[in-house]
Design a protein around this ligand. Structure first.
Ligand code: ATP
Ligand code: MG
Length: 238
């Protein structure tokens, strides 16, 4: 079973893969694309082979290629002229197409740049499933806000639903930053007032200030662009 997750930065792809690993109890082999390149200069395809060998040994296992675009960029986006990328992609495909079957090994890859990924990886049958991880809608934003404020002393006037409504274009990572910033602002204000650290409640006004300080990382245009890429990829694969 192989699946590719794509979607804008900060939407929870890495989080999802880790959660899947924890929930399943499988052995988790996480590989960050950029790391392979730096650690295995010139022999990254060997690294790929070893990763799959190890996964077969410790199966049931999940191999997670995070930021896979770094090791398998499309031709126009490559920095090497030595053919390393070609060899890596070929090795990946060989392992995934499985002359040696991938018994009890799940491959999950993630990218926020599906548009620069080697198209060979996107051809039908390459990944069993393509999953689009969209920017959070209002309901998802509310849930994310709830998660990241769970341990915060919230004042009664804090209206998370209102904040969720106001945060179109904010990713999960942005919302986490907003919650953290609101808490910081509350602490700072209390410190200024009392001259020493205080336990404080976080009020709605602190969130509103935090929203001014932390801008959404996605413009409406970004969101549309990601949706368009997602549609195109779907068409290529289905
Ligand atoms: N659905 C979510 N629920 C709760 N928190 C979230 C969610 N999505 C994102 N976050 C917050 O955003 C942070 C970044 O998420 P994550 O690293 O998984 O994003 P990503 O999609 O892998 O981004 P990138 O493409 O930049 O690698 C998480 O640590 C988490 O705090
Ligand atoms: Mg990530």
């Amino acid at each position: 079973m192989t699946l590719l997750m794509r979607g804008p930065p900060g939407t929870g792809k890495t989080l999802l893969a880790k959660a899947a690993a924890t929930e399943s109890g499988a052995n988790f082999i996480a590989v960050r694309g950029p790391e392979i390149l730096s650690k295995w200069v010139g022999e990254s395809e060997k690294a790929i082979r070893q990763i799959f060998r190890r996964a077969r040994q410790v199966a049931p296992a999940i191999i997670f290629f995070d930021e896979i675009d770094a090791i398998a960029p499309a031709r126009g986006f490559r920095h090497d002229t030595s053919g390393v990328t070609d060899r890596i992609v070929n090795q990946l495909l060989t392992e995934m197409d499985g002359i040696e079957p991938l018994t009890n090994v799940v491959v999950i890859a993630a990218t926020n740049r599906p548009d620069i990924l080697d198209p060979a990886l996107l051809r039908p049958g390459r990944f069993d499933r393509l999953i689009y991880v969209p920017p959070p809608d209002k309901k998802a934003r509310l849930e994310i806000l709830r998660i990241h404020t769970r341990k915060m002393p919230l004042a009664d006037d804090v209206d998370l639903e209102k904040i969720a409504e106001m945060t179109e274009g904010y990713t999960g990572a942005d919302l986490e930053a907003v919650a953290r910033e609101a808490a910081m602002i509350a602490l700072r204000e209390a410190f200024k007032k009392h001259g020493k650290p205080q336990a404080v409640e976080v009020h709605m006004e602190h969130f509103l200030k935090a929203l001014k300080a932390i801008q959404p990382s996605l413009t409406p245009e970004d969101v549309r662009r990601y949706e368009r890429i997602a549609r195109e990829l779907k068409r290529m694969v289905l």
